[in-house]
Design a protein around this ligand. Structure first.
Ligand SMILES: [Ca+2]
Ligand SMILES: [Ca+2]
Length: 184
């Protein structure tokens, strides 16, 4: 005659679950050991023989929470990226038959913001008609504006370059620096 003693601890031969507990004549595995070190640059595991956590450095992509670095990756258990700087200003802007075009700025991940306003509402950053033409920006180097020019008025355009690190100033068709808050 054997009676179950559920008050005893036992071992399920896996040190990564603890404490194990007798229940109904069986040894029930305890809760798993939490080996998460909250570091995405390490693979975390538990050694079943010892119950000790192991952390192996990986080379996974990651995010170092720094907009002025790109290609972030894990190395040596740490996340880091290649430093970048905010782009310089666009050199030239032209408008031909409703198509606005600009010269490219060197660098990776460059986007361009284009703002349009009415000549009757100059100076830039002044008028209610001022519009961020390409929400989110574009990597293209031109934009076909199909909006008819209002009678007796005209459109002006300014363009800037930006990346995850920052933005240049805007320039107008005379390559003069301009400032506007039309694009976020
Ligand atoms: Ca980890
Ligand atoms: Ca980064």
């Amino acid at each position: 005659m054997h009676t179950n003693d559920d008050t005893n601890t036992c071992s399920d031969d896996n040190s990564c679950t603890q404490p194990d507990q007798c229940a109904g004549g069986f040894c029930i595995a305890g809760p798993p050991v939490n080996c998460d070190d909250l570091n995405p640059c390490t693979y975390d595991s538990c050694n079943p023989a010892t119950g000790v956590c192991d952390h192996f450095n990986n080379t996974d992509p990651c995010d170092d929470a720094n907009g002025c670095t790109v290609n972030d990756a894990c190395s040596g258990g740490l996340c880091s990226g290649t430093p970048i700087v905010a782009p310089g200003a666009v050199a030239s802007l032209t408008v031909t038959s409703g198509t606005v075009a600009w010269s490219s700025v060197s660098g990776s991940g460059i986007l361009y913001d284009l703002v349009r306003g009415l000549v009757s509402q100059l100076p830039v950053n002044n008028g209610s008609a001022e519009l961020c033409l390409i929400p989110g920006g574009t990597s293209a180097l031109s934009y076909a504006d199909g909006t008819p020019v209002p009678t007796g008025d005209g459109f002006w355009y300014v363009v800037r370059a930006r990346n995850s690190c920052g933005a240049s100033s805007y320039i107008d068709i005379n390559s003069q620096p301009r400032s506007t808050g039309a694009c976020p």
